[in-house]
Design a protein around this ligand. Structure first.
Ligand SMILES: Cc1cc2nc3c(=O)[nH]c(=O)nc-3n(C[C@H](O)[C@H](O)[C@H](O)COP(=O)(O)OP(=O)(O)OC[C@H]3O[C@@H](n4cnc5c(N)ncnc54)[C@H](O)[C@@H]3O)c2cc1C
Length: 364
């Protein structure tokens, strides 16, 4: 396994669980803050507006997160529900309802007025709409990686793997789960690494409005700031917010880790425009990286050059919640040569030139 972030740790756990002798190598000591799996919280949700085809994987992911909690004896998932807010024709509002209809999910559709009344921390215009997804919540990324790696007997920390070939010559199979370092190892997927910033803004008014039982995680589609998102308070005095995409393209060696007003001013303005009871005072920040495919769907596939090599690039800013099910799919691909899950949307060949072979993944 190259990488012990969310995906490598999950794949190592699922392989070890099936009895494979897995060695997980990481260039740092995970969980760490150099890649994509840090910052206290990640959203998990079910009414997936990005595509109804993700919903069966999400249902499995919830079960596997609960399995991990019992295996590790850790609390990782806090249910809060999720609000998707936007205009009536926004992708978030329309897509969430489409996914819910197709898969019979438990949602509520709220007018702007109902949103304001039920969730005091949100400012909403009458023409806004919201979808409440009840099967949603928050995952702890650092705790999850620790819990998954606890299930893996051989984790080799501070071990930089120079090339896929150097491992392929020693092992029966190699899984590449290198997050934003993937472009150093894999040249057949057109990935772009994007800088992202999270900020914790102080609660100015009433911390009760923002507790996890009262304030669902939210994604809001805005004209001014693009897609923004936020979490309930976990410390009783601040809420974490971020912008989805709109970051500078970078790489892990050159990323600007320092956060300045150019990063924070749009988040402050977003909170002043779309939230109530949150101040512009910034308590904490982190920088992180998205590793994006051109269509923002994942790549979960064999290498076109060697079927013993599996590549997991499930980021594009929304991969974390899927980690255990993606780890299990990786175990299917490595141990069975294919999977029963539908991963047809995640083929690398969708980006490749016609001479790159497209492997079959199906197993009945
Ligand atoms: C700001 C931000 C917010 C996000 N919010 C959400 C969210 O709310 N919900 C959601 O579902 N997803 C979210 N995501 C996406 C999610 O966090 C990522 O999809 C996921 O963490 C990616 O994990 P990874 O294992 O692919 O990458 P990483 O965590 O970066 O892990 C890669 C690992 O590989 C190691 N490595 C790399 N190269 C080598 C090498 N050559 N040799 C050895 N080791 C190597 C690295 O040290 C690292 O530990 C967010 C991401 C960011 C950045």
């Amino acid at each position: 396994m190259i990488g012990g972030g969310a995906m490598g740790a999950a794949a190592s756990w699922r392989l070890a669980k099936r009895g494979a002798e897995v060695v997980c190598f990481d260039r740092y000591s995970p969980p760490h803050a150099n890649g994509s799996t840090h910052g206290e919280s990640r959203i998990i949700r079910t009414a997936y507006f990005e595509g109804a085809f993700y919903v069966p994987l999400l249902r499995e992911a919830f079960e596997l997160w609960r399995e991990l909690e019992s295996a590790a004896g850790s609390h990782l998932l806090t249910m809060t529900g999720a609000l998707y807010i936007g205009s009536a024709s926004s992708e978030a509002v329309v897509g969430a309802q489409r996914s819910a209809k197709e898969h019979g999910l438990d949602i509520d559709v709220l007018s702007g007025k109902e949103l304001r009344k039920r969730y005091r921390g949100h400012a909403a215009r009458d023409e806004d709409m919201a979808v409440l997804d009840r099967q949603a919540g928050i995952l702890n990324p650092e705790g999850s990686v620790t819990a998954m790696l606890k299930q893996v007997p051989d984790v080799q920390r501070d071990r930089h793997i120079e090339s896929i070939e150097s491992l392929a010559s020693q092992f029966d199979a190699v899984v590449v789960a290198a997050g934003p370092w993937t472009p150093e190892l894999v040249d057949w997927i057109p990935l772009k690494v994007e800088r992202q910033v999270h900020a914790w803004l102080s609660i100015a008014k009433d911390a009760d409005w923002f507790t996890p039982d009262r304030f669902p995680v939210f994604i809001r589609q805005t004209e001014q700031f693009g897609d923004v998102y936020g979490f309930p308070t976990l410390d009783g005095s601040s809420v974490k917010v971020g912008r989805h995409h709109d970051g500078d393209f970078t790489d892990p060696e050159h990323i600007k880790r320092r956060v300045d007003d150019a990063d924070l001013d749009p988040l402050r303005l977003m909170a002043a425009t779309y939230m109530r009871g949150v101040s512009g005072h910034v308590r904490r920040t982190v920088t992180c990286m998205y590793t994006n495919t051109p269509d923002h769907d994942f790549v979960i596939d064999f290498s076109p050059r060697d079927k013993r090599v599996v590549v997991l690039s499930p980021c594009s800013g929304h991969g974390f919640k899927f980690a255990p099910v993606i780890g299990d799919i990786a175990a299917d691909l490595v141990l069975d040569g294919g999977t029963k899950r539908d991963i047809s949307h995640f083929r690398a060949a969708r980006f490749a030139s016609p001479d790159v072979p497209d492997h079959d993944h199906d197993r009945d």
